[in-house]
Design a protein around this ligand. Structure first.
Ligand code: SF4
Length: 371
């Protein structure tokens, strides 16, 4: 159940939160879902994950054909070597082929989306059979299953009327073709897990998009492990402090929105509060970081430590940050040196920052080497 922003006024909640909700509702469905769950007393299923259910490996869902499985309509596959040979070194894949899992068989007739973007129909191109209800029923059930509930991201096959995330071909009622639809399975996945990082395989070939996806997968894993298990306000505050620099490298505006969320004293349950936090947190990380933003964050760290280190390394760090901002070197060079001095000085509020202490696997995937 989703509420429009207007209907939020009917919810019995503290004024500070209502004000917050009115301002930030446009950031996505997550906040509204959290509020609606609080409102009608239903338990939030998304956060109902028990400690022993969480997989410490990074589970990522993938459209099966991208892993080389022969599940396509013609018995072929769309094996993507980057996914299996690089991402596969770090992620544990959960393969899903919705068309095969609904019993459509291999080989099978090709299908396409017809109708409107909001309510597309999945129709066989030869028989005209309408697979919509069957696929929607399956997808709604499948996305709730345990293996998918524990994923930290999902890589979807582009252009597919079932798996495609964006710009899927859609035949309108007049026969006019547009490319604005989303596959039915992708739609169910997004509805169930609005904060889950999703990407199409073709977007992995854009360096910035890939970098952002990897960052969000690891961040989502941290949220699930550190926040969503038996959430409490103090846990959320500690988590937020550790993520502060990373958030600033993506969106200062949304980091401030999270500050406000934490400052608003209200009577929400910790579970709903954590759900709201996660929605905005993941939304903030979906905003791209840039060299200018990263340089600003690193300069702020340098400013904190410069009085405690000799002037020569201070100058060196300032030069590296400037070189990085100007595109002459990669992010890892200034970041590694900065991390070195922060560890040496043991400044409590800096040593635990996720921005300076990325998981080795994340560093390897993002920069091709360890920091
Ligand atoms: S795109 Fe999706 S439904 Fe189609 S073959 Fe690949 S995994 Fe199966």
């Amino acid at each position: 159940m989703l509420f429009s922003v207007g209907s939020l006024n009917n919810i019995n909640m503290c004024p500070a939160l209502l004000d917050f909700a009115s301002r930030y509702a446009y950031f996505g469905d997550t906040l509204l879902i959290a509020l609606s769950a609080q409102c009608d007393g239903r338990k939030l299923q998304v956060t109902d994950i028990k400690t022993d259910d969480i997989n410490t490996t990074l589970a990522v869902g993938v459209s099966s054909c991208l892993l080389g499985k022969r599940v396509r309509f013609d018995g072929g596959h769309k094996h993507d070597r980057y996914i299996t040979d690089v991402l596969g070194k770090v992620f544990t894949f959960v393969p899903v082929c919705p068309e095969v899992e609904t019993g459509m068989g291999v080989p099978r007739e090709t299908i396409d989306l017809h109708g409107t973007v909001e309510a597309p129909h999945l129709v066989g191109n030869e028989t005209g059979a309408d697979h919509t209800s069957m696929m929607n029923r399956y997808a709604t059930r499948r996305v709730k299953q345990r293996d998918l509930a524990h994923t930290c991201g999902f890589i979807l096959k582009s252009k597919s009327p079932t798996c495609g995330l964006e710009k899927v071909r859609l035949y309108g009622s007049s026969g006019r073709v547009s490319y604005r639809a989303m596959g039915l399975f992708a739609m169910a996945l997004m509805r169930r897990y609005p904060s889950l990082p999703l990407i199409e395989e073709r977007s992995l070939y854009d360096a910035d998009t890939r970098d952002n996806f990897v960052t969000r997968v690891f961040a989502y894993n941290r949220v699930q492990l550190d926040l969503m298990q038996r959430p409490s306000v103090s846990k959320i505050r500690r988590f937020h402090e550790r993520e502060r620099l990373l958030l600033d490298a993506h969106s200062v505006k949304l980091r401030r929105a999270l500050d406000k969320l934490l400052a608003s004293s209200c009577d929400l349950t910790p579970t709903v509060f954590a759900e709201m936090y996660r929605g905005l947190f993941m939304r903030a990380l979906a905003v791209r970081s840039t060299p200018a933003k990263n340089a600003r964050v690193m300069r702020s760290v340098l400013h904190r430590i410069e009085t405690a280190i000799p002037s020569k390394p201070t100058r060196k760090l300032a030069q590296l940050i400037a070189k990085y901002r100007d595109g002459r070197i990669g992010l890892l060079e200034p970041l590694s040196l900065l991390r070195h001095y922060v560890e040496l000085l043991e400044i409590p509020e800096l040593v635990n920052q996720s921005y300076l202490n990325a998981d080795d696997r994340e560093t390897w995937l993002r920069f091709g080497k360890y920091g």
